[in-house]
Design a protein around this ligand. Structure first.
Ligand code: NAD
Ligand code: GLY
Length: 368
């Protein structure tokens, strides 16, 4: 088992990464203060892993809370189901909530933990690649609003993150690819050598090679822990973790939550951020192409939805959380491994980026 630390003073916590961790009671016990726990999961993950986790934690009084599966359910109504179950089973302030599932479950269970009786402990047990490399670390929790993705939420750190890489064996390959979008992101924003490693190992990752997966997860979590440790509440640096997300969130909101997977929207959104960085003269065409080829090899889209016009994008992007005083700040690349957050770009370049021919680029790169 590997273990990393997110350094946030009294809110610091460990990230455990390894095989078979769902069965290791002592890993959980050291982070559970009371006798009651609630395991929040969904109707896809519950049949796979709930019984095993309940067995591991059999000495506690457990309330399983099984939510409907999907991004479309990351909303107030579903959040309320968590509070209903906690209150019905008389959970007190010493209870610990365990999020067992992907990013949707982690974000909702974390937000519920931040709110229930003004805050109870929670532990992240992420079971998708995306949640293992990104959403379970860093304490961003929340739900979607029909007008904007992740628009309602709280910064609230877990007590621990327990990553059992065995859980990836049951993950559909489309979901594994979606997770790779966030893995590639770390290479692009702050770890250029990791991008080279990914080029050599993307096939092993897609084939679920455990050593490759553990390396990718550890390197990704280490990058995220570094960034979050220096800017927990996103007053500056942390925004670089949102490379491709401003365009990507527009795609998710416009297409309807769950139609494009989050990682797919991030991949196409990152293609747009790369294209804009190239048009600004910051990265070379060869660097853009190198990154796009990696997305394609990871099984990810680099072409935004054809039905989305520049006006659609600009309308959704105007409610992005990086808008300050009416100015849209974007995460762009000065070079590979060096991201910046800036509102200092000509509007014409953004416009050109929105109408660029990504389909032609895809055809060209695919055939090379
Ligand atoms: P998800 O939670 O919807 O999970 C994807 C699918 O895989 C779901 O159908 C789920 O039930 C299923 N699943 C989960 N684990 C499984 C397993 N082991 N085997 C088989 N099926 C399994 O999606 P996701 O990609 O994990 O997370 C996306 C969400 O995370 C989005 O809502 C996004 O906004 C959020 N997110 C949050 C942060 C953050 O910092 N909080 C960062 C990135 C993304
Ligand atoms: N996923 C972006 C962040 O955690 O800041």
């Amino acid at each position: 088992m590997q273990s990393l630390q997110v350094d946030l003073g009294e809110r610091s916590y460990p990230i455990y990464i390894g095989r078979g961790l769902l069965g290791q009671a002592q890993l959980f016990e050291r982070h559970i203060a009371g006798r009651q726990i609630a395991i929040v999961t969904n109707d896809t993950v519950a049949p796979l892993y709930l019984e095993a986790l309940c067995h591991t934690l059999a000495k506690y009084s457990i309330t399983p809370i099984i939510l409907p599966d999907g991004e479309a359910f990351k909303n107030w109504e579903t959040l309320q189901l968590i509070f209903d179950a906690l209150l019905a089973a008389r959970h007190d302030r010493r209870t610990t909530v365990i999020a067992l599932g992907g990013g949707v479950i982690g974000d909702m269970a974390g937000f519920a933990s931040a709110c229930y009786q003004r805050g109870v402990d929670f532990i992240q047990v992420p079971t998708t690649l995306l949640s293992q490399v990104d959403s379970s670390v860093g304490g961003k929790t929340g739900i979607n609003h029909p007008l904007g993705k992740n628009m309602v939420g709280a910064f609230y750190q877990p007590k621990a993150v327990v990553i059992d890489t065995d859980s990836l064996r049951t993950l559909p390959s489309r979901e594994l690819s979606a997770g790779l979008a966030e893995v590639i992101k770390y290479g692009l924003i702050c770890d250029a050598p990791f991008l080279g490693w990914l080029e050599s190992n993307v096939d092993a990752l897609r084939a679920l090679d455990d050593a490759a997966l553990r390396h990718a997860i550890e390197r990704s979590c280490a990058a995220k822990a570094r960034v979050v440790g220096s800017d927990e509440r996103e007053s500056g640096l942390r925004a670089i973790l949102n490379l491709g997300h401003t365009f990507g969130h527009a795609i998710e909101t416009h297409m309807g939550y769950g139609v494009w997977l989050h990682g797919e929207a991030v991949a196409a959104g990152t293609a747009m951020a790369l294209e804009m960085s190239r048009r600004l003269g910051w990265i070379a065409e060869a660097e853009r192409n190198r990154a796009l080829r990696l997305f394609i090899r990871a099984g990810l889209p680099i072409v935004p939805p054809v039905e989305m016009t520049p006006e659609h994008f600009l309308g959704h992007m105007a409610v992005d959380k990086k808008v300050l005083d009416g100015q849209l700040r974007l995460v762009l690349l000065r070079s590979v491994g060096d991201a910046v957050v800036t509102a200092d770009y000509p509007a014409a370049v953004l416009q050109e980026t929105l109408v660029a021919n990504y389909q032609a680029l895809f055809e060209q790169l695919r055939s090379q």
